[in-house]
Design a protein around this ligand. Structure first.
Ligand SMILES: Cc1cc2nc3c(=O)[nH]c(=O)nc-3n(C[C@H](O)[C@H](O)[C@H](O)COP(=O)(O)OP(=O)(O)OC[C@H]3O[C@@H](n4cnc5c(N)ncnc54)[C@H](O)[C@@H]3O)c2cc1C
Length: 503
């Protein structure tokens, strides 16, 4: 690494200079949904954040993704849901497991029991704007090229040789993560066996002929569609000729060739707006943390898009990590708190990888997998089976292992009505929350980190619940000493005057 330099023409409100090098609390590599979400979560706790993004402009290719129930809840907990709803389309919550057409049970335990279909660039932009509004610095055209960590922090080197320093570094830099590779963390799993081309383009065939040809191909080929995308464009998905494992986009000729091979016609496709490819590699990082460097989102796990879970998983990683890393920076984190990020999120990703593997098998045209699919389709008529799979895909079934206790312990609390409005409206600041029906418990010296709501609601059938900033139930009980132990477990040592600190 060469000597320190300053970035040109930039002002960094939330940074300081040490030995001629800009210093942040956290540098995040990658401003996709995971990086932007993490930056916003850290800013809720006044952490000095810099997000490095190698692209000079936000990505333009329009992939429609689905935000599942838990992500919608996460957005509601931070006051972002309304903005998303204005830009997306609500769809039924069911029928996402391997595309098996079953409606969701009517009584799913959520105020947001639907899927929001929305363009990924819209989510990315909204989360980036949100992070910036909260004070995060986002620097575009800045690619992380190297880093070194030591006892005190991390030194990051950009592709142009500039050096920056931070106390922690988080790689949210996607599937081909530079941070993960430099960290030397293993990424075991299976390579892509198939590759799929995806894009938006114009077609030169009458709609009725297109519909007939598409209907015929769709009988046997699940990785195929050609449908109107608005503005005279068609969205096209077709299997690729083979697995290229290349980063660069395919050409319109690749599409023509594959359409002819699969459908017998190239539909006269021309004038593409964007073209892309994706594979079905399935891999999971062995560790989410090495010292002062952590991984989140696609940098930590990749899998086929079946069931639409990748972006949801990344946002929820960031939501889990944000308050813990902030606690570490603010100095109140218990010793083991930061490591609970890997302990809680790694098994969740393992489970998502497994369910996508299962979904891929169920999508095969081979007779064996087709028979299993028919059997599962029958089994999903049983409410419990259908509910189990929907709660898995939408992530509302997650229960972190917080030790022995009632079933609610470790689960998220849904957005119940409380006397002061809706529960999630009270979580916008990313603080802990005690819901105290006994009206005699107190958060005492933790009141600078944890709010307390006395007599919250009759809807809660337990005396008292302690929620973490991510809305998961950290404790259930009615005893002050037991509560204090759990406040210390999650929120560190009390301050003598927590109330004053809060004011
Ligand atoms: C066809 C398809 C459909 C999908 N549908 C869904 C769906 O319905 N629901 C769902 O949840 N998910 C879906 N996904 C998955 C989803 O798109 C990804 O999981 C999501 O984008 C991951 O977000 P991320 O922020 O972790 O990584 P990314 O979105 O990959 O963002 C990483 C960012 O890091 C930047 N970067 C990379 N290297 C560096 C570097 N060295 N320095 C600085 N910046 C760097 C990149 O430019 C990029 O902006 C789909 C994926 C595909 C392919």
């Amino acid at each position: 690494m060469t000597g320190p330099t300053f970035p040109k023409g930039k002002t960094y409100a939330h940074s300081s200079v040490h030995g001629g090098v800009l210093m942040f609390d956290v540098i995040i590599a990658g401003c996709g949904p995971s990086g932007a979400m993490l930056a916003a979560e850290l800013r809720l706790h006044d952490v000095r954040v810099l997000v490095l993004e190698q692209e000079t402009e936000p990505g333009s290719f329009v992939r429609i993704v689905g935000l599942h129930i838990r992500s919608l809840e996460v957005m509601a907990m931070r006051g972002l849901l309304e903005r998303l709803l204005e830009r997306g389309r609500r769809r039924p919550a069911g029928a996402y497991f391997a595309g098996i057409a079953k409606s969701a049970p009517a009584d799913l335990d959520s105020a947001y029991a639907y899927l929001l279909g929305i363009q990924q660039p819209v989510i990315n932009r909204l989360l980036e704007e949100h992070a910036i509004e909260l004070g995060a610095q986002v620097r575009r055209g800045a690619a992380l090229a190297g880093f070194g960590q030591h006892d005190e922090g991390v030194t990051v080197e950009l592709a142009d040789g500039e050096r920056l320093r931070s106390r922690y570094l988080v790689g949210c830099d996607g599937a081909r993560s530079t941070v993960r590779k430099l960290l030397g963390v293993g990424f075991p799993g299976e390579p892509s066996r198939t590759e799929t081309l995806m894009g938006e383009m114009e077609v030169g065939m009458p709609p009725a002929e297109i519909a007939a040809a598409v209907a015929e191909v769709s009988k046997t080929e699940r990785r195929f569609w050609l449908r109107p995308a608005g503005g005279g464009l068609y969205s096209v998905v077709v299997p690729a000729a083979g697995v290229s494992d290349r980063a660069e986009p395919p050409t319109i000729e690749d599409f023509r060739q594959q359409l002819r091979a699969i459908a017998g016609t190239d539909f006269g496709v021309h004038s593409p707006r964007w073209l892309s490819r994706f594979g079905d590699a399935t891999r999971l990082a062995e560790r989410y943390r090495v010292g002062r460097v952590l991984l989140a989102g696609d940098a930590a796990h990749i899998h086929p898009p079946t069931g639409g879970q990748g972006l949801n998983l990344g946002i929820q990683d960031a939501f889990n990590l944000g308050w813990k890393l902030a606690a570490q920076i603010r100095g109140w984190a218990p010793d083991t708190l930061l490591d609970t990020y890997h302990a809680e999120r790694h098994p969740i990703a393992e489970d998502v990888l497994d369910n996508t593997r299962a979904q891929m098998e169920l999508s095969s045209a081979e007779p064996g997998p087709q028979a299993v699919r028919r059997l599962l389709t029958e089994l999903m008529d049983f409410d419990e089976v259908n509910r189990y799979l929907i709660e898995k895909i939408t992530a509302i079934g997650i229960r972190y292992d917080f030790g022995v206790g009632p079933d609610l312990l470790g689960r998220r609390l849904s957005d119940i009505e409380v006397n002061q409005g809706r529960l999630y409206g009270l979580l916008h600041r990313g603080r802990g929350l005690l819901l105290d029906r006994t009206e005699r418990l107190t958060v005492g010296g933790w009141s600078d980190r944890v709010d307390c709501l006395a007599d919250p609601t009759a809807a809660l059938d337990v005396p008292c619940v302690l929620l973490r900033p991510d809305g998961h139930v950290a404790w259930i009980g009615d005893d002050q000493r037991d509560l204090d132990d759990h406040l210390a477990r999650w929120f560190g040592q009390p301050t003598n005057d927590g109330g004053a600190a809060q004011r």
